[in-house]
Each structure stands twice: as structure tokens, then as C-alpha cells.
Ligand binder design. Structure first.
Ligand code: NAD
Length: 523
């Protein structure tokens, strides 16, 4: 059971308020198990999205620092690969228990840098922690196969790590996504160079401290910072064998193409536009609450946010109640108690969201059902925060900007169709295939939907169907680069971070007394 109460500032030695920080501390690199101040001359200011106050400065790590991180990871790899799986597992056990002990600290860092509410930030940590916990049990899945393939001959397969692997992370889940990568990569024997989002690297830095305390040897986990230059370095560095990327289409497709051209294994999860089809036979109250929570939670900045509602037949009459439910949500800074959604990540993001809404309403004919665009926080402390209130548009068509773009803000677009077939056809026409949901009380309807829908993660009366870590994150179509298949975590994650080696051995006692070599193909 999770406590989501925000700790009192007097009880902890980390920040749990949005007060201005007197002397913001620079974010450091983490190389060879040491936190090291960057020598960079280029820094990125990181602001608290609720106040616009400076929180930290993030370096664009220098070329020497980027190289030092890979040097460290490459040096650590042979020893880490040789370390027994059970020893690696013991370190992982310690790591997960430290994450659990530091759950609030991680969540507080997320609220401060990313803006999501403290309760939601705790969920961000938990989803990553569950991947780490499940990775501890990977020992049985690491076993290979063996078969006597001929007389005195057997073939054995082994699962081996790749070497140095890199993770490039997005801003929206500062703990969960690093934890989709590090635990699975490290327990399988790889060493890791991570580049967290330059917009909120704090949680990854805390994870580095916990990894060191847990006993990961120097070099197994390194963190460097920056944006394009750091990413280009990762893509082109020959000692990095694989890249895990989560983020936008533009960056991900570029990293996938250039990484693959450089001979690397790349997994790249991209953008989304997740639809929910609502049938009139659904449980109305539960459905409305599920939709409103999934559309506006995290201010819509989830790749599995439910951003597009397809009201089928009579369920269109539910719209006023959906609007009413959305009006009840409290927009507030993430550390304020009772906040349902916080600000978006940046002023730039806010401006982009407002301009998409404006274009669709003023030029394309969408109807404003709930207008959160003018939201002003009543407390002057938060006057410069990047807040957008829940916004609902109706009468949306597939040609409108608000439908064509992933808005990544607290905006729900609603569309109407007459039949289930029309809903399925409409949703399948969308290029993305991350997540989808259907709300109905009919098993037949749900089964038809599940079979005919193309998106890779389907919720039935479940608004955000993110698979738990015994499965994998299986978005498809344009939501994953390269035609999919290289999924995060679960069995697919294990496959991503390992390669197979097969050994064929012949041990024949007659060889000792054989007189003459045979030159014919063995038959
Ligand atoms: P982003 O692409 O802007 O940033 C992700 C990472 O790529 C960052 O580390 C950033 O430094 C780097 N980067 C950004 N632009 C780059 C470029 N042009 N060249 C090289 N590197 C670049 O993404 P974001 O805004 O941080 O995250 C939001 C996006 O991530 C949304 O589109 C969301 O749907 C997606 N996302 C997808 C999933 C999924 O599993 N499908 C999960 C979470 C987020």
C-alpha cells in the first residue's frame, strides 16, 4: 500500500516545497561511481515548472566526459560479465530495497523538476521499481538450452550480455524509464551509459547514488548529460553496442536510423495518440472517472495518456457529465496537497499546446466544451508556472490539428461515431498504435474490439493498459521505430540486452585410438 502524503520539509533532507532555492546546485556527471562536476561551458537551466524558479543547471557534458563514461563502462564490462549471476542478483536485491526506502526522495525530485503531483510521482517510481524487482528473478530466464545433437556431440546455447549499452530517456517519466533500462541491462551483465532527459535528470542521479550503495562496481552504471551532441556521441561511439531510446518521433526515428546504420541494436519507443471507444452499455460512472483520470493525469504528459475519446452511438449524451467530472479536477503545484494535475514541463510546451487548441477551435471548427487555456493560478507564488487547465474539445475530425498532433497536454478531444465498426475503423486509420481502450459491459463487443484493433496495448474497461513487468511494453505501428519487436522489459527486454552463443562439442573416446583423419563430410 502506497502512502502519497508529502513528507514535512522539516523531516527530510531533500526538497519537498516549491520555495525558491537560494543556491541551486549544479547537476553532476556520474562516472566510474563518482559524482563529478562537469567542466562544460554550456549549461541548460532547469526550472521548477510550477514557479519558473531555477532548480539546477544541467551540463552539456564535454567530449572528454562523454568518452570517460564509455571508457569506464568498457573497462568494467569484462569483470561484470564474469561476475556470477547470483552475485549480480544480490546487488539487484539491495538496489530494489534502496529504491523502496528512498521512494519519497525520488518522487520529490520528480515533482520538483518535472511538475507532476507527488502522488503521481510516487506511481512513476513504483512502475520502474516493479521492473527492477522483476529483473531480480531473471536468473531462471538466463538459462540456455542443450541437446545431444549426434553421437557424443551436444550443442549448448548461452545467453550473453552485449557489452556497453546506452539509454536515452525522455522527460515524462524520470524514474520509470531509466528503470526500464538499467535493471534488465545490468543484471544480464551489460554496463550502462545513461543520458537522462536534460529537463529532469534528478531522479536518475538519485538512482546512481542508490546503485553505488547497492554495490554496483565502478563503471557498471554511468550518467552523462546534454542534448543533441551527447546523443550523437552515443550513436557514433563504436564501443556502445545497443541503444534504448524513449521519446518523440523526431529524435527516435533519427536515433534508430543512424544507430542501425552504425551497426547497433536499437529499441526506440515513440509518440502516441491513444483512443478510447465508449459504448453506451458501459458502466457510466466508472467509465467517466477512468477517462477523466487518464486524459488529465500527469497533465496529459504520458505516452499512454488517453487523449482521444470516440463516443459510440448514445454514449455521446455523456459528454456534459465528462465535462463536469473534468471540472472537479484541481490544477495545482505538485507539492500542494489535493492537486490532481500540475503544470506542463515548460513554457514552450504550454505555448505549443495553446496554439494547437487555438488553431482547431478558431480555424478548423472544433467546439470548446471546457476551456483550460486561460487558467491562472490564484497564488502569486505560482503566477509564472506553466499551468494549463483541463480542456475538452468536441466535434473533432481527423483533419484537425488537435487530432493529427500528439498534444502532450491536458486536452481531451472527442469524436462521435454511430457504430463499433466505425470506431474500430477510425482508430485503426491512425498511424500510432501505442495504446487503446474500449469501455463496454458486453464480452462480445470487447472481444471483437480486441481482435480487430491494431494498437499494441489494449485496455478493456482499463484506461491506461501499460503491461506489468512480467509482460513487455508493446506499442506498435508508428509508436515504435523500425517496425517494432524490440520491446522494453519482460522476456523481450531480456532478449534485447542479450545475444545467444551456441557451442557444439564433440567428446568421443574412440578419438584417442583413431589412426587416420577422415576428409569426408560427416554424415
Ligand atoms: P524528446 O524526444 O524531446 O527527448 C527524449 C530524449 O531525446 C532526450 O534525452 C533528449 O535529450 C533527446 N533528444 C531530443 N531531441 C533530440 C534530437 N533532435 N536529436 C537527438 N536527441 C534528441 O522527448 P520528450 O519530450 O522528452 O518525451 C516526450 C515524448 O516521449 C512523447 O512523444 C511521448 O509520447 C514519448 N514517450 C513515449 C513512450 C513510449 O513508450 N512509447 C514513453 C514515454 C514517452
Amino acid at each position: 500500500r502506497m502512502t502519497t502524503d508529502i513528507p514535512a520539509a522539516s523531516n527530510v533532507d531533500y526538497i519537498v516545497t516549491h520555495e525558491k532555492i537560494a543556491n541551486p546546485i549544479n547537476t553532476q556527471n556520474f562516472i566510474d561511481n563518482e559524482f563529478v562536476e562537469s567542466k562544460s561551458t554550456q549549461w541548460i537551466d532547469l526550472h521548477d515548472p510550477a514557479t519558473n524558479n531555477l532548480v539546477t543547471r544541467v551540463p552539456q557534458s564535454t567530449a572528454e566526459e562523454l568518452k570517460a563514461a564509455v571508457d569506464s563502462a568498457a573497462k568494467a564490462f569484462p569483470g561484470w560479465k564474469k561476475t556470477s549471476l547470483l552475485t549480480r542478483q544480490q546487488i539487484m536485491f539491495k538496489f530494489v530495497s534502496l529504491i523502496r526506502e528512498n521512494w519519497d526522495k525520488l518522487a520529490a525530485s520528480i515533482t520538483l523538476e518535472q511538475g507532476k503531483t507527488f502522488a503521481d510521482a510516487k506511481g512513476d517510481v513504483l512502475r520502474g521499481l516493479q521492473v527492477a524487482e522483476t529483473a531480480c528473478g531473471i536468473t531462471t530466464q538466463m538459462t540456455g538450452e542443450v541437446l545431444e545433437v549426434a553421437k557424443d556431440m551436444e550443442t549448448r546455447s548461452y545467453r550473453e550480455p552485449l557489452g556497453v549499452v546506452a539509454a536515452i530517456c525522455p522527460f515524462n517519466f524520470p524514474a520509470m524509464i531509466p528503470l526500464w533500462c538499467l535493471p534488465v541491462a545490468a543484471i544480464t551483465g551489460n554496463t550502462v551509459v545513461m543520458k537522462p532527459s536534460e529537463r529532469d535528470p534528478g531522479a536518475a542521479m538519485i538512482l546512481a547514488d542508490l546503485a553505488r550503495q547497492a554495490g554496483f562496481p565502478p563503471g557498471v552504471f554511468n550518467i552523462i548529460h546534454g542534448a543533441h551532441d551527447a546523443v550523437n556521441f552515443i550513436i557514433d561511439e563504436p564501443r556502445i553496442k545497443a541503444i534504448s531510446f524513449v521519446g518523440s518521433d523526431k529524435a527516435g526515428n533519427y536515433i534508430y536510423a543512424r544507430g542501425a546504420a552504425n551497426g547497433k541494436r536499437v529499441q526506440a519507443n515513440l509518440g502516441a495518440k491513444n483512443h478510447a471507444a465508449v459504448l453506451p452499455d458501459a458502466n457510466k460512472n466508472a467509465t467517466i472517472n477512468a477517462i477523466v483520470g487518464a486524459a488529465f493525469g500527469a497533465a496529459g504528459q504520458r505516452c499512454m495518456a488517453l487523449s482521444t475519446l470516440v463516443l459510440v452511438g448514445e454514449s455521446k449524451s455523456w459528454l456534459p457529465e465528462i465535462v463536469e467530472a473534468a471540472k472537479q479536477l484541481k490544477v495545482n503545484a505538485g507539492f500542494e496537497s489535493g492537486a490532481d494535475l500540475g503544470p506542463v514541463i515548460s513554457q514552450h510546451s504550454k505555448d505549443r499546446i495553446l496554439s494547437i487548441i487555438k488553431q482547431s477551435v478558431e480555424q478548423e471548427g472544433a467546439k470548446m466544451e471546457l476551456d483550460g487555456t486561460g487558467f491562472k493560478h490564484p497564488d502569486p507564488k505560482y503566477a509564472d508556472g506553466y499551468f494549463v487547465g483541463p480542456t475538452i474539445l468536441s466535434g473533432v475530425t481527423t483533419e484537425m490539428e488537435c487530432y493529427k498532433k500528439e498534444i502532450f497536454g491536458p486536452v481531451l478531444v472527442t469524436m462521435e461515431v454511430e457504430t463499433l465498426d466505425e470506431a474500430i475503423e477510425l482508430i485503426n486509420r491512425n498511424m500510432y498504435g501505442n495504446g487503446v481502450a474500449v469501455f463496454t459491459n458486453s464480452g462480445a463487443t470487447a472481444t471483437k474490439f480486441q481482435r480487430e484493433i491494431e494498437a499494441g496495448q489494449v485496455g478493456i474497461n482499463t484506461p491506461i493498459p501499460v503491461p506489468l513487468p512480467m509482460f513487455s511494453f508493446t506499442g506498435n505501428k508508428a509508436s515504435i521505430a523500425g517496425g517494432g519487436g524490440q520491446y522494453f522489459y519482460g522476456k523481450a527486454g531480456l532478449n534485447f540486452y542479450t545475444q545467444l552463443k551456441t557451442v557444439t562439442a564433440l567428446w568421443r573416446s574412440e578419438d584417442a585410438i583413431a589412426q587416420k583423419a577422415s576428409t569426408a563430410m560427416p554424415t
